[in-house]
Design a protein around this ligand. Structure first.
Ligand code: NZQ
Ligand code: ZN
Length: 386
């Protein structure tokens, strides 16, 4: 059954090879003063930076560079806010992966807020306005280009927070798969693992339908097949284009329309991991996924594993043992992408597990209220230790 739902994604996607020729037309709707936000320089190596300057010769460009992976409130968001205010920025152009986009999203609301910006990110206060945001995506992973969420870290207080508000939907996202040819094997593997996990978080839901189950497993299948091709042939346009489209669909909610409530427990666990150890988001998720599945596997959830087994691995699931084979298949798949399946290999220290479990329970109510299993502290410690 499809339950009642309301759905609205106001972001315009412009997808395909060469699409950024329309950038000046899109930006001029908002004004001349552009904040160009980008990361550590990958956009210069692929020639995109120069392309942007050629296209935007009639605009005033102010730069915010050096946005970190797992973007930081201090300095990046605060620096961006200052630049927006000092230069009367009309529109923010974010060029990069999820970190650059998320940082730009936070800047877009904090710059027009009189109080402490972290209050908007931590949910203590709510935005009422924003500077328009346009982006050019260079890494297929988070789906930030097509959603109303962002994740920001605040190192001073060991916190990494996801937040959502319609004010941070990008106005327009330019998706040219060619810009992802240069993404390293590691980031390609982690990006696809992230997107696969986004679908899985929504797949373990209180209700389902043939439409939802098959849309979701189709997106996962596309990611699983095409990430393998992209790792072998980084400039395979067909594979990169599927990864890009699938990642955008994976996180924006469209796949879960009409299904019941779900939490995002694996993301809550991962956000604690990267808050404490600054690890790559998709790698943390790849490691957590099979361990979380083992924790929630029961007769109640068998039906979900049945569909995953049939649609993704050609495995018929009739009992718990069969479902364990499906979980092992996920483990082997992530491992085959070059991701070590042990948190210790990412620098995570066993002595911090207790503190991380407390952190997860303190900041995310969905972990304790997921429809299948209310993960308590013991369960979180088991997942992290495993
Ligand atoms: O900084 P540069 O030089 O651009 O290099 C980046 C960075 O080092 C590099 N890269 C990006 N595009 C490239 C490239 N290298 C070569 N060629 C290219 N075309 O890749 C590295 C990682 O980039 P990053 O943006 O950090 O990766 P990703 O897109 O995976 O974003 C991760 C962040 O997004 C958050 C994560 O928590 C993490 O902070 N998430 C955001 C979500 C959202 N907004 O909805 C949902 C996700 O679940 C996730 O939590
Ligand atoms: Zn994610």
């Amino acid at each position: 059954m499809i339950n009642n739902f309301t759905y609205n994604t106001p972001t315009k996607l412009i997808f395909g090879s060469g699409v950024i020729k329309d950038l000046p037309n899109v930006l001029k709707e908002y004004g001349k003063n552009v904040l160009l936000a980008y990361g550590g320089g990958s956009i210069k190596k692929i020639g995109l930076y120069d392309e942007i300057y050629k296209l935007l010769k009639d605009f005033n460009i102010i730069e915010l560079s050096g946005i970190e992976p797992n973007p930081k409130y201090d300095p990046s968001v605060l620096d961006g806010v200052k630049l927006c205010r000092e230069n009367k920025i009309d529109v923010i152009l974010a060029v990069g992966g999820g970190s650059v986009l998320d940082c730009a999203k936070a800047i877009s609301i904090c710059a027009l807020y009189d109080g402490e910006g972290w209050d908007l990110i931590s949910g203590k206060a709510f935005p009422k306005d924003n500077i328009p945001l346009v982006d050019i995506l260079t890494l297929a992973a988070t789906g930030s280009e097509y959603d109303a969420s962002a994740v920001i870290s605040y190192t001073k207080i060991n916190d990494k927070r996801g937040f959502g508000t319609p004010y941070i939907f990008p106005k327009v996202s330019f998706l040219d798969p060619r810009y992802t040819f240069s993404v390293s094997k590691w980031q390609t593997a982690c990006g696809s693992s992230d997107a696969i996990n986004h679908v899985l978080e929504q797949f373990f839901n209180s209700d389902s339908s043939i439409i939802n189950d098959n849309m979701m497993t189709s997106v996962i299948k596309s990611l699983m097949v095409n990430v393998k091709i992209a790792l072998e042939e980084p400039d395979n346009y067909s594979a990169r284009s599927e990864l890009m489209y699938a990642s955008s669909l994976a996180c924006n909610g469209i796949l879960a329309n009409g299904t019941g409530r779900s939490g995002w427990p694996m993301h809550s666990i991962e956000h604690a991991l990267s808050a404490f150890f600054d690890i790559t988001h998709g790698a943390g998720l790849a490691i957590i996924t099979p361990q979380w599945m083992r924790e929630i596997l029961s007769d109640n959830t068998l039906n979900r594993f049945k569909i995953l087994g049939k649609n993704l691995f050609d495995i018929e699931v009739n009992n718990i043992k069969d479902a364990e084979v499906v979980i092992d298949s996920f483990y082997k798949f992530f491992n085959s992408l070059g991701i070590s399946m042990h948190l210790a290999d990412l620098g995570v220290k066993e002595e911090s597990i207790d503190a991380m479990a407390d952190h997860i329970l303190k900041y995310d109510s969905t972990v304790g209220s997921h429809m299948y299993v209310n993960l308590d502290k013991d369960a979180l410690v088991r997942i992290l230790k495993a």
